[in-house]
Design a protein around this ligand. Sequence first.
Ligand SMILES: Cc1cc2nc3c(=O)[nH]c(=O)nc-3n(C[C@H](O)[C@H](O)[C@H](O)COP(=O)(O)OP(=O)(O)OC[C@H]3O[C@@H](n4cnc5c(N)ncnc54)[C@H](O)[C@@H]3O)c2cc1C
Length: 460
Amino acid sequence: MDRDAVVVGGGLAGTLAVGALLGQVDRVTLVERDRFPVGPEGRKGVPQGRHLHVFLSGGQRALDELLPGVGAELAAAGAHRLEMPRDILTRMPGGWQRRFHEGRHALVSCTRPLLDHVVRARVLAEAAESGTRLEIVEGAEVTGLLGDPDLVTGVRIQDRGRAGAGARELNAALVVDASGRGSRAPEWLEGLGRAAPREEVVDAGLAYVTRMFRLAEPPDAGVYIMPGPGVPRGGVAVPVEDGRWLVTLSGGRGEEPPTGDGEFLDFAASLVHPYLYELIKTAEPVSGVHGYRNTANRRRHYDAPGGVPEGFVAIADAACAFNPVYGQGMTVAVLSGLALRDHLAGGGLRPGLAAAVQGAAARAADTAWLTATAADRPFAAAGAISLGFVDRLKSRYFSRLTARVAVDPKVGAAYRDLVSLTVPLSRLLHPAIVARVLLLPRRPGLADPPLEVGPGPRGH
Ligand SMILES: Cc1cc2nc3c(=O)[nH]c(=O)nc-3n(C[C@H](O)[C@H](O)[C@H](O)COP(=O)(O)OP(=O)(O)OC[C@H]3O[C@@H](n4cnc5c(N)ncnc54)[C@H](O)[C@@H]3O)c2cc1C
């Protein structure tokens, strides 16, 4: 027990936490309330897995650091690589962005079940070679923590579907909560007599619907139509493995996309440009329409001084979940896994580890949090409270900036660095970028999607 760890939840973050713990503890027990599928299949505990999941280059780099070569394994399993801005036709609020080869950031695009499957298989293979014993408890749910307000010493678990039986305790020197957006750790901590962490919520009220298609004549690029002023509806279509395309449509409060089969195309037709609708109107649907509404940005400040007791860490969505439209959550999950690995490598299980990991995981989430909440705050506040002066200023700056991205390769490059989570938000406040955003006149992007790849920035 002195060198045992428990990981709560076997999603992406929990699987990577297991990987980070290998070689650092005697035994790691992964408790997952679902049963894992044998192949790349979805499961109930990860309902968002039916929706489009692109993986940003900041996350790809971190994942290759944690599990070297896994990017190539994903590609071999059929994941696509969509280089930005060449391989994604992007409609910014001010018009379409030019397509050219920049060679700095690519999105990895595959289904979430495939990504989870490849990562899980790899971590299981590493576990088999490691000195750490891995035990997987499936079909059981963590229901509470053991210990006292200052020290967590394990978890209480309950087999699912066996009410009144199957309850037991697992002792551990470290408990990692990776149970996702629905984590109940705040209540578990209260159960130990400790205050729940302060929570921040910025909810733009976005709703998602997703459907899988097979296209008769797939184009050579995905498409992303951003919502804009006046048309708060957006859509994305990307190729995934096995020749299929995932299409996600989204709308803010009052503009939620319907989940009926027939209405999917109607909603696609209502976007600011008909390109996506034209792409799928005669395509063969190969799934039903799936909806998702729990999309608020939600951050629990476990990183505040005294935020966690010894022996307890919360990572990824369990600590900080984002509006999914920015595609950041998996990247932050990987960065948290890296933070856990690095802190364990710096001295193993020890007093102070939990707070140090929590601080590093929070820093890993900062850029994503600041970006998502800056973009969402005006929608979150709409009609409810009015924005303060600073928020109005930020919002205006972001609106000018996104308008410039479509026409300005320098601003575009900085923006792509940021949205790929490879630089901090301050990159957009570099004087050269601020000057271009504030001083150059607004110019519209292209009126129609560029179907051909054009020359790079020097040709503009
Ligand atoms: C609609 C949608 C689209 C998204 N698109 C993107 C995208 O394009 N790109 C991107 O990077 N991110 C995207 N995300 C975010 C991404 O899904 C999450 O950030 C990511 O899944 C976080 O991983 P996690 O391991 O923390 O949580 P999860 O993947 O949610 O895993 C949590 C796991 O814990 C288990 N569990 C829960 N409670 C317990 C318990 N008490 N005991 C035992 N097990 C438990 C669950 O069964 C599950 O397996 C999207 C999210 C949504 C909702």
